[in-house]
Design a protein around this ligand. Structure first.
Ligand code: G3P
Ligand code: CA
Length: 271
């Protein structure tokens, strides 16, 4: 078991009788509902509308994708270009923050969402900390040298890098980036993302467990045996991306720890 989980457990014991715990802690016997890019089945992904909807639907976490503008501002958007989810065009990394912020990130999903903007990382932290957990994905960090330090700085400025009931988690498909993140923020839980079964061998899981607290696979490679193996390496497992009731029911039957879904109600109504 990773040191941060042990620290987190002892910290949780000190909180267990506190009002903070009673207001905010999740029941570990239940699976965490993680709203993927917010409640993105109902509102435009990675916008305040989608994140507010996730809070309203009583998800345990929002999942956000973090990238960086040309002039160094951390922004929340999934694709490495703005083409699919805005009226603009071009790579996120080649556009200034003012250019990104001028785009409409909502109208592609429906006219009721006209005016939604690409959020900044800091506004998401400030708006949602203490209200809902935040699963932070570093999206394509290889495009953004030094983004790990920038994310760490924002968390440290808010004292969100300290043990705090595991309601901030950082994950990525880029394993080297997550090793770096673990070194920068030793108390913040780290997740590795994969859809490759080559990452599910005993040796691979053991190597991940040296720096990761979560092994987060696509649900196509989840088996009961994998869940047990991940747990035996001292990690938790949250799986993605659920867009049907059948997929939610499958993952619930696998006893995963978290379900990352566009539709939080598919999990909550069974939970
Ligand atoms: O949180 C898991 C999931 O978000 C990974 O895939 O492409 O939706 O970022 P993607
Ligand atoms: Ca993501």
């Amino acid at each position: 078991m990773k040191k941060k989980l042990l620290i987190g457990m002892s910290f949780a014991l000190t909180l267990i009788f506190s009002p903070f715990h009673q207001a905010f802690a999740s029941d570990s016997s239940q699976v965490d509902t993680i709203a993927h890019r917010g409640a993105s089945g109902y509102a435009p992904e990675n916008t305040i509308a989608a994140f507010d909807k996730a809070v309203q639907m009583k998800a345990d976490y929002i999942e956000i994708d973090v990238q960086r503008s040309k002039d160094g501002k951390l922004v929340v958007i999934h694709d490495t270009t703005v083409d699919r989810t805005t009226e603009g065009t071009g790579y996120v990394k080649d556009l200034t923050f003012d250019q990104l912020r001028s785009l409409d990130a909502g109208s592609w999903k429906g006219e009721q969402f006209v005016g939604e903007k690409i959020p900044t990382f800091d506004e998401i932290l400030d708006r949602y900390r203490g209200k809902i957990g935040i699963l932070i994905e570093l999206k394509s960090p290889e495009l953004y040298p030094g983004i790990e330090e920038s994310v760490a700085k924002e968390l440290k400025e808010r004292y969100l890098h300290l043990p705090q009931d595991e309601k901030i988690i950082i994950q990525s498909f880029n394993f080297e980036s997550m090793k770096k993140m673990d070194a920068l923020l030793p108390y913040v839980p780290i997740g590795v993302l994969t859809s490759s079964s080559t990452d599910t061998t005993e040796q691979a899981l053991k190597e991940f467990s040296a720096y990761a607290d979560y092994f987060n696979p696509s649900y196509g490679i989840v088996t009961k045996d994998l869940v047990n193996q991940v747990h035996s390496q001292g990690m938790k497992i949250s799986s993605w991306t659920v867009r049907s009731q059948e997929a939610a029911d499958f993952l619930l039957s696998m006893d995963v720890d978290g379900i990352i879904t566009d539709y939080p109600d598919y999990v909550n109504q069974r939970n």
